[in-house]
Write a protein that binds this ligand. Structure first.
Ligand code: COA
Length: 245
């Protein structure tokens, strides 16, 4: 099997701005189709047209770990305030403190990271080594049957079901780790106002109107409980190939 990845960026104000990314795990005969799909995606993103597109096609030598998909539910909220209360309620039930929840929102609103932040729920400290980079979740794919089953469920609820599938794939890999208690994600796309929280305990909860339309702030936070082997966690998230079934 092969890991196929795409990232598209644009040089703007003296730096490379990330426009979009995509990835999956494929057998050799399906790589060409994936590349075509990713190329189209790179050129049609609402963040604009890229001036650089990088494709990586890499053979996977390790065994691919199978992980069960999280159950998916949608919580309909009318405003970011109502959404915040729902998030708070669910995270408090997992033993995550008010302080850690506030810290997560602060990080998501104020820090433009290239990946996710890891917050220690004991100290509210950020544990990732490089605070600008953060941690990424990579080498992932959702099984076709699982994907189709979830698509049937969410198609009428989401304007961008493919994006939801990708987020569920990421969240399922993240939630598999015992070290991670929960995740919160808010998109940095100004038009996409549905976020989510996820955990092994309550699954993947889509939260509508988690931010106002037009708000460009977004990000991902993983809640962990110290002591934790950060290197092991990051290596699993970034490098271990996973098929979500
Ligand atoms: N946001 C911003 N910049 C990104 C990025 C992202 N999601 N993904 C890659 N980049 C840029 C960074 O400059 C990065 O350098 P860095 O490692 O110092 O940050 C550079 O591209 C190379 O990144 P790399 O991860 O090696 O690229 P890749 O081609 O192997 O994979 C993706 C690209 C897009 C498939 C992958 O990074 C990704 O986004 N995975 C899934 C989702 C995810 O984890 N998103 C981030 C959490 S908020």
């Amino acid at each position: 099997m092969w890991s196929v990845r795409m990232r598209a960026s644009k040089f703007e104000n003296d730096s490379e701005k990330h426009i979009s990314g995509a990835e999956g795990i494929y057998d050799l005969v399906n790589i060409e189709r994936a590349l075509k799909e990713f190329f189209k995606r790179a050129l049609t993103h609402s963040k604009g047209q890229p001036d650089k597109i990088v494709f990586t096609v890499e053979k996977i030598y390790e065994p691919i770990k199978k992980i069960e998909v999280l159950p998916v539910k949608t919580i309909f909220c009318k405003s970011p305030e109502e959404a915040f209360n729902k998030v708070r309620e669910n995270l408090l039930m997992l033993g995550i403190s008010e302080k850690s929840i506030s810290k997560a929102f602060e990080v998501i609103r104020n820090c433009k990271m290239r990946g996710a932040s890891l917050i220690d729920i004991n100290t509210t400290e950020r544990l990732e080594k490089d605070k600008q980079r953060g941690v990424r979740v990579s080498r992932i794919q959702m099984d076709k049957k699982t994907r189709n089953r979830i698509l049937r469920k969410i198609r009428r609820l989401s304007s961008n079901p493919q994006r939801v599938i990708e987020a569920i794939t990421i969240a399922s890999k993240v939630a598999y780790l015992n070290e991670i208690i929960a995740e919160i994600c808010i998109s940095d796309n100004p038009d996409y106002t549905t976020g989510y929280i996820a955990s092994r305990n309550f699954g993947y909860l889509r939260i509508t109107n988690i931010k106002n339309q037009g708000d460009e702030r977004g990000g991902r936070v993983f809640f962990v409980k110290s002591p934790v082997d950060i290197e092991k966690v990051v290596s699993f998230l970034e490098k271990t190939p996973v098929l979500v079934i």
